[in-house]
Design a protein around this ligand. Structure first.
Ligand code: NDP
Ligand code: HSE
Length: 435
């Protein structure tokens, strides 16, 4: 079969891992696919850096356009990241009729529709397996393995950095900032790590999955997003006492009423499989109407796990080129009639609340009454013995399902009663994750 030439833009964590995998696993992949893949050129701004393996000097350049304009290169791999120069380079490559592979979730979440249209107009592929859940082939699973399934739920731990931080904090009680620094050193974190810890990286991935699963263009601004920065060790401890663990989840749901997408820390049962996904591992639970529940697990970040997904896309694009097939794997970006969007405040959720109540007769009853006035009923309540007469003491309340709007209104009302409740209140979603 004819050789397929590949060019890489960006030789950072993922780019260097991809180059290394292409060079080291080339013979294996050729044996499996019959297609010789050649890394023809690779661009990075800093060529003096240690790439972690021996890369032939003659293929290196500091000029990304040199890679795109090389007439022998058929597949361009964008691993620079961000929505600035990366967007221009991807559009340039597509316009030059090169297939593009990227791991750039921010770019796809914000400009996916435009990029897909450019790929379609130029008759080339745009693949992005590594953009969601690192080394887990979740995009392929949704597009191919589950193609017959209307998707009813996706629930995923999809940020390696956050899961690494939460695991270390829970297991070793290590300080947030210290663990974040370690996640950066391990190559898990984004160049701007607030994207990870404030939930935006997970939201980018949720928007991409929502596009594929529900076929609807979704604005990032419409997704309620909360990260892990504010998680207090006290809530981790309380959750454990109640039999739950806190994980940062992307939750995508679809029913006959419509669909909803959100990213937030959620209390999930300690014995659920997702609770036992630790460190930089990710896991994505997908419910399909035909198949029922499925679960995908693996490394969600890091040099080689991510390279595994990037190279799988390169092989897919090479297969299309070798078979003269365009869009063998359907784009499925805006494929379906659009379901209705359920606004966040109309979503039905159970809640974990931590309030500080006045240690005085009747205060608990008044809080229960306030929640009740919004139709919110309490399933359990924990208050540890405290003899600090007249002070404010922590009380943990778990509720039945109620709309998020009702909970927000009840908490806003309570905040107006400072004689009874301190304004610092904690609320997390709680999910049993029943199938
Ligand atoms: P890095 O910051 O490690 O790598 C990006 C590289 O691109 C850097 O070496 C940078 O050089 C280089 N670069 C910047 N501008 C240019 C340019 N104009 N031309 C050529 N090279 C350039 O990022 P990662 O490898 O971690 O991430 C890359 C992409 O993969 C991002 O979209 C990220 O979200 C995604 N991703 C990352 C994962 C991970 O585990 N790290 C996992 C899944 C996806 P310099 O440093 O000198 O600016
Ligand atoms: N920063 C991301 C994470 C990289 O920690 O999951 C993988 O997308």
């Amino acid at each position: 079969m004819k050789t397929v030439n590949v060019g890489i833009l960006g030789l950072g964590t993922v780019g260097a891992g991809t180059a290394e995998t292409l060079l080291k696993q080339g013979p294996l992949m050729e044996a499996r696919t019959g297609i010789p893949l050649v890394l023809k050129k690779a661009a990075d701004l800093d060529l003096g850096r240690d790439f972690g393996f021996e890369i032939p000097k003659e293929i290196l350049t500091t000029d990304a356009q040199e890679v795109i304009n090389d007439p022998d290169i058929q597949i361009v791999v964008e691993l620079i990241g961000g929505t600035g120069i990366a967007k221009k380079l991807v559009l340039d490559a597509l316009a030059a009729k090169k297939s593009v592979v990227t791991a750039n979730k921010a770019l796809l979440a914000e400009h996916g529709t435009e990029l897909m249209a450019a790929a379609e107009a130029n008759g080339v592929d745009l693949f992005f397996e590594a953009a969601v859940a690192g080394g887990i082939p979740i995009i392929k699973a949704l597009r191919e393995g589950l193609v017959a399934n209307p998707i009813t739920r996706i629930c995923g731990i999809m940020n390696g950095t956050c899961n690494y931080i939460l695991t270390r904090m829970e297991r070793e009680g290590i300080d947030f900032e210290v663990v974040l620094k370690e996640a950066q050193e391990l190559g898990y974190a984004e160049a701007e790590p607030s994207l990870d810890v404030d939930g935006w990286d997970t939201a980018h991935k949720a928007v991409i999955l929502s596009q594929i699963a529900f076929g609807v263009p979704l604005n990032l601004e419409d997704v309620p997003v909360d990260g892990i920065r504010g998680i207090d060790p006290e809530d981790v401890k309380n959750a454990k006492e109640l039999g739950y663990r806190i994980k940062l989840l992307a939750m995508l749901d679809q029913s006959e009423k419509g669909y909803s997408v959100g990213v937030q820390p959620v209390l999930i049962p300690m014995d659920h499989m997702l609770s036992n996904v630790h460190m930089s591992f990710n896991a994505v639970l997908v419910d399909g109407e035909v198949v029922d529940e499925t679960l995908y697990y693996g490394r969600g970040a890091g040099r080689l796990p991510t390279a595994s997904a990037v190279v799988a896309d390169i092989v897919d694009a090479a297969r299309d080129l070798s078979g003269d097939a365009h869009a063998r794997i359907p784009l499925s970006w805006n494929a379906n009639p659009a379901p209705a969007w359920i606004p966040p405040e109309e979503r039905l959720e159970r809640s974990y609340l931590r309030l500080f109540l006045k240690n005085a007769p009747g205060s608990l009853a008044k809080v229960a009454e306030k929640l009740g006035s919004y139709g919110i009923s309490i399933t359990s309540l924990v208050q540890h013995e405290n003899d600090e007469e007249g002070g404010f003491v922590p009380v943990v309340i778990v509720t039945h399902v109620a709309t998020v709007g009702a909970i927000q209104s009840a908490l806003a009302d309570l905040a107006e009663m400072p004689h009874l409740v301190e304004p610092r209140m904690v609320r997390y979603r709680l999910e049993e994750l029943n199938s």
